[in-house]
Write a protein that binds this ligand. Structure first.
Ligand code: SIN
Length: 323
């Protein structure tokens, strides 16, 4: 799919998936006791002025609390993004999403979409019914990014900051400015509808994972995450390998959420090596919030570089799906 930017592109499509941004509480004073995924995306756009000459299109793709995000929704989302990005008069796509798995959806879309136009995820930390909701400004900022000439790739916009879909991570449970980009830092900022870039837009994925876009069922490879910690053992890995044996959903991959620079408790490592010998793909991803694993000669288990465990899981899943 090639999406060349048209200077006459005038539509921005807003895809709704739920989240706190679409959440409803019984009282406007309640910022935490709400139900996520209640308000239609079309209603989230009420009262938001589009940038001059831009028409907004709203489409509800899902309506979930993003802790419950699943592969089928991701697939539909990827297909709808591809559809809309392929329309010459569409400048970009905005996705309203829960904060809890936003970084996973962003990384998934980054990995499968040839996004030569912008795909901008946005969210809120307070429900739509809050006294001072943060959603409307975030949506307005995301629309500004999507309508910006030359913008491209998958990004996330929250609290006036633009993060790349590769680097974005939720780092706070409550504050409105809940996201960070780690060592890479943000791509830029949105100030009164204008984007101030501090580094380049993310490049589009070069790998196209065909099953995501083809009709028919997809058998998503089962990839689990196991954390290494003080007092760890091989029991969880052994149980996971055992649980899949002969079943319809066998374990295909394992991501070890490692300590520090990719280190793994010796008992867990022994179980992981045994699983790898048995044909399970194993990757190490650091549980540190910043930095990457620096590989060492003779490493018996491959590392996932700078990817967090949840992103390493998606990368491995797509790698196995593409085989
Ligand atoms: C969710 O992730 O759907 C709920 C939490 C949030 O959006 O902040």
């Amino acid at each position: 799919m090639v999406n060349s930017f048209s200077p006459n592109a005038r539509r921005v499509v807003v895809l709704g998936t739920g989240g706190t941004i679409a959440g409803r509480a019984a009282s406007s004073a309640d910022n935490i006791g709400y139900k996520a995924g209640e308000v239609d995306v079309a209603d989230l756009l009420g009262g938001i002025d589009a940038p001059p000459g831009v028409t907004l299109v709203a489409e509800q793709v899902a309506q979930v609390d993003s802790k419950d995000m699943d592969f089928d929704i991701w697939r539909t989302l990827a297909q709808r993004c591809a559809h809309w990005l392929g329309q010459p008069d569409v400048a970009g796509v905005v996705i309203t999403h829960g904060t809890d798995t936003l970084e996973e959806t962003a990384f998934f879309l980054h990995s499968v979409l040839d996004a030569m136009k912008p795909v901008v995820l946005t969210c809120a930390m307070r429900p739509a019914t809050a006294l001072a909701p943060d959603g409307p400004q975030n949506v307005r900022d995301a629309i500004s990014v999507a309508a910006t000439e030359g913008a491209r790739g998958v990004t996330a916009v929250c609290a006036g900051t633009v993060h790349s879909g590769v680097d974005v991570q939720k780092v706070h449970t409550y504050r409105l400015d809940a996201f960070a980009s780690g060592d890479a830092g943000p791509i830029g900022y949105v100030e009164e509808g204008e984007v101030r870039l501090v580094r380049a837009w993310p490049s589009a994925a070069t790998r196209r994972v065909a099953p995501v876009f083809e009709p028919g069922d997809v058998q998503w490879p089962r990839v689990e995450i196991v954390m290494s910690h003080a007092g760890a053992s091989g029991a969880v890995v052994d149980a996971l390998v055992q649980s899949g044996t002969g079943g319809s959903d066998p374990l295909r991959g394992l991501v070890l959420a490692t300590t520090g620079n990719g280190t793994v408790h010796y008992l867990l490592e022994a179980a992981a090596l045994k699983a790898q010998d048995g044909g399970i793909a194993v990757r190490r991803a650091t549980r540190c919030a910043n930095g990457r694993i620096l590989p060492k000669e003779g490493d018996a288990l491959r590392d996932a570089g700078a990817l967090t465990p949840v992103k390493a899981r998606i990368a491995l899943m797509l790698e196995l799906l593409g085989k």
